[in-house]
Ligand binder design. Structure first.
Ligand code: FAD
Length: 614
């Protein structure tokens, strides 16, 4: 009753919580709120406590959104995972998003974050389903400007703030300044799995859990997962942020969205002629900051003195001592100015977490992904389910902004897996199903996921069209079940999930599909997965058959197979989201029997094209 009174101190704290703009401030307000209301519990119990105590209009509007979400049948009214204890590593967008689902399922959720601030200004592209999803979590209550009008992006830090608040309200226990360092297997029959943490004095070292969700970003993957590096063509990304004063002049400048950019050759030619800056693409979003991400050509970075010395190895090429910061700042600023027609007045760099101008250069030549999405460990009779979500599962290519969209899909998939686990599904079945779903992730785009985004839930069938949850069989994932403290060095498994499912038949099916799709193209005769492809024409024909808008088959120069391959690899990556598996030179020189890597690569086209109407 107290909470209904105007001037109620709990309301004021709650309003501050809703608006808080720093990670620590959010956590501080939340502790204060719980103290003020005398609430102690965790999980959904805490949520219900808050709801009962705060029933004035603004709070009620949020509860009704969250109640609607929580009422989904997948959660069994918050009992689907009651009794499951989860540890989530990382308060990036994906760790937080996964934690929210686990909380809605009724699990106990402890989330660890090694840092104590959210400092990334960079702006993420959101697919329509993520916008819908965040709205349903009440995003606008926390951040009024969330995706207003046609905006389809948000800064990483704002996204983290929104999700952190939702997670707290749903009873997720969030701990900052705690780093996860590894697992402690159960000591005896009665014990459970625990974590090695830094600081080691953290009381959380005592926490026993049966599910670990790792969402530590691109650099952190727990032991046992094997990573696979995909080497594409050289790609140097530059990101930069400028202060947004929200002036009229700034409001009027048009954004450059991630879609229509790459084929505007004239723009890039002009940019090069006038400034010496040579880009493959550029994206500009207006958010808390003016944010730009571009892919720059190495030669122009050398010519403009950004990179001091040419080096074959990309790591040394972009090492801080080989990059002239001042030249980098000018390069980024000039590109930003040119691409907005010099209409953004007085561009002034926003500052990063080190209080330096927010400009960075990144290497996207090699991107890693995990071979598997989950593992089970068993020791002394106690099982632990481990799942990856976000960048540690699949690293995104920022200029395409796939990170959060695929990250959220993986967070839902992981929650679905935990639900199956909690329901007592045999571990190998849980793992096989998770891998069956994972093989779709790298190919997902807004076009080939279900259109009915309002129906999306953690159930994969609501999101992926025609998904076969049994594409991979329990017998094929035995090496993902680790007993004892054995260290993991599972044999390199073929990445070709299609052929793993039913080796011979699927290859045959893929071959006849390739033959049918390339029939009639001059110079193309597909009879195998090796030499038939070296000229590059077969791949060109395959893409042209389904997407004549992307390549002009008649104008390719058959004399230069490496160049054809490079062009096709780029188009496939940028337009179809298919990551290269072999380099253009490797593609052009294949000999001998069928190449597994080529089969893998082509199977991705099969997945993309065979679901889209011709
Ligand atoms: P992250 O957002 O990386 O979050 C991981 C979290 O885990 C971090 O907070 C980290 O501190 C924490 N963590 C890591 N290890 C541990 C540990 N051992 N214990 C506890 N906590 C741990 N994408 C774009 O589309 N455009 C961009 O411009 C862009 N810029 C980026 C700039 C930077 C510096 C980084 C790191 C990423 C950027 N990304 C960008 C990628 C994008 O942020 C991610 O795709 C997205 O945030 C989803 O990532 P995530 O939640 O999986 O991981």
């Amino acid at each position: 009753a107290l909470a209904d009174e105007p001037g109620n101190p709990a309301h004021a704290i709650f309003e501050r919580f809703l608006r808080a703009g720093e990670c620590r401030e959010v956590l501080g307000c939340f502790v204060e709120l719980c103290q003020q209301l005398g609430l102690q519990g965790t999980g959904l119990q805490l949520y219900h406590g808050l709801k009962a105590a705060l029933n004035y209009w603004n709070a009620k509007a949020l509860w009704s959104k969250l109640d609607k979400k929580a009422g989904h049948k997948d959660y069994d009214q918050g009992t689907a995972c009651a009794g499951t204890k989860c540890l989530v590593v990382g308060a990036g967008p994906c760790g937080l998003r996964a934690a929210i689902e686990l909380a809605l399922l009724g699990a106990r959720v402890v989330l660890l974050e090694k840092r104590d601030s959210f400092s990334r200004n960079n702006v993420l592209h959101l697919w329509p389903f993520t916008i819908h999803d965040l709205r349903a979590l009440g995003a606008k209550k926390f951040y009024g400007r969330f995706c207003t009008g046609t905006l389809d992006h948000i800064s990483i830090r704002q996204l983290q703030l929104i999700l952190l608040k939702v997670a707290l309200l749903l009873g997720v226990e969030v701990h900052i300044n705690v780093r996860f360092e590894g697992l402690v297997p159960p000591a005896g029959k009665a014990g459970g799995w625990q974590a090695v943490l830094q600081p080691s004095s953290s009381p959380l070292t005592q926490y026993e859990f049966d599910v670990l969700i790792s969402a530590g970003g691109g650099k952190f993957v727990p032991e046992g997962f094997k990573r696979k590096e995909t080497r594409g063509k050289l790609a140097i990304g530059i990101t930069t942020n400028f202060i947004n004063r929200h002036s009229r002049a700034e409001v009027e400048v048009a954004e450059i969205s991630g879609v229509a950019r790459i084929y505007n050759q004239k723009f890039f030619q002009n940019l090069y002629n006038k400034t010496g800056i040579d880009l493959e693409n550029i994206v500009y979003y207006k958010d808390d900051t003016h944010y730009f991400v571009m892919t720059a050509k190495k030669q122009s970075l050398l010519e403009k003195g950004v990179i001091l010395q040419d080096k074959a190895d990309i790591e040394s090429l972009l090492s801080p001592k080989n990059v002239n910061r001042d030249a980098l700042l000018s390069y980024a600023k000039e590109a930003a100015n040119f691409s907005t027609n010099y209409c953004l007045p007085e561009l002034e760099f926003a500052l990063n977490h080190q209080d330096l101008p927010d400009v960075d250069v990144f290497d996207f030549t090699c991107m890693t992904r995990s071979e598997n999405a989950a593992l089970v460990r068993e020791h002394n009779g106690s099982r632990l389910l481990l799942g990856l979500v976000g960048d540690c599962l699949v690293e995104p290519f920022w200029p395409l902004g796939t990170g959060v969209a695929r990250g959220f899909l993986a967070a839902f998939d992981a929650a679905w897996m935990v639900r199956r686990w909690a329901a007592g599904t045999p571990p190998l079945e849980v793992l096989a199903e998770r891998e069956s779903i994972y093989q779709h992730l790298s190919q997902t785009s807004p076009d080939n996921t279900n259109k009915n985004i309002s129906q999306y839930s953690i159930d994969p069938a609501t999101r992926y069209p025609n998904i076969n949850l049994q594409a991979i069989k329990a017998s094929q994932v035995r090496d993902l079940y680790l007993v004892g403290t054995v260290e993991v060095d599972h044999k390199r498994r073929s990445d070709n999930r299609l052929s793993m499912a039913a080796p011979g038949a699927v290859c045959e099916e893929l071959l006849s599909w390739c033959q049918a799709s390339t029939a009639g193209y001059p110079g193309v005769a597909v009879t195998n997965f090796s030499t038939s492809w070296t000229s590059g024409l077969a791949l060109c024909a395959l893409i042209h058959h389904f997407r004549p808008d992307l390549v002009d088959f008649d104008s390719v120069d058959p004399q230069d197979p490496v160049q054809i391959h490079q062009a096709m690899l780029d188009i496939a990556e940028q337009e179809l989201g298919i990551q290269p598996v072999l380099s253009s030179a490797e593609m052009a020189t294949m000999t001998g029997p069928d190449h597994l890597d080529l089969i893998t690569y082509l199977s991705h086209f099969y997945q993309v094209f065979s679901t889209s109407p011709e």
